[in-house]
Design a protein around this ligand. Sequence first.
Ligand code: ADP
Ligand code: MG
Length: 254
Amino acid sequence: MSLPLTIENLTVHYQKKPALWGVDLKLEAGQIVGIIGPNGAGKSTLIKAVMDLLPLSSGVIKVFDKSFSKNRKRIGYMPQRESIDWDFPVNVFDVVLMGRYGHLKWFQRPRSEDIEKTWSCIEKVKLTPFANRQISNLSGGQQQRVFLARALAQESDLYLMDEPFAAIDSATETATIELFRELKEQGKTIIVVHHDLATARRYFDSLLLLNKQVVAFGPTQEVFTGDRLQQTYGGKLTILEDQSIAASAEPSIG
Ligand code: ADP
Ligand code: MG
């Protein structure tokens, strides 16, 4: 069976500054994978590189053994909150329906199955009463759920979620991780950029520790160690007395 994602020797520069270099990764299907690293570590850059949104300086990325463009339909993406224009005049239903466009030919109108799927995904994230509301008039947690519903509507096999838990309430966070687990039970692979070390051990089957290069990748219990985290965060990590591990107080942005 083909792997959901393989990356070989990926290097990405912005202008002349490297944001990622020499990244190798092979992901097995049917797991929830966390990407952890400090601000500016290249986490979003890695996700965007997989989504073919950036020019690569070097490297090869394959999604289910093929290039992104050949397997576009099999990938669902939720961008980082900051990169979405929340004032864009569009309602909940239409954002979720956009998730179906990969299933439609460009000249095709949404079919009844697309409309039904859109409604069922809106229901799944409990936004049915808000379906006609403009996305600007929703709470942070509701906005996040709109994009989650859109990703679900894509019916993908590989999901890339860039900080889905940023700026949401804990009930939404719990519901979201439950949804990820359901997707995993269906054999899907979910990659989640995450900034909260306190929950990382509970949420993820595997972890990628990233700081421009891969610091470590593997099963969470092997990778989530004080030494490796120190290596990833440099001096910015404080080991608390109760042995839990907290990142520096820096807010996660960008
Ligand atoms: P993370 O998501 O881990 O916080 P990013 O992938 O967003 O990190 O950014 C990695 C580095 O690349 C940072 O130093 C950031 O400032 C820089 N960077 C990101 N996007 C751009 C861009 N469009 N132009 C120039 N530099 C960028
Ligand atoms: Mg980011």
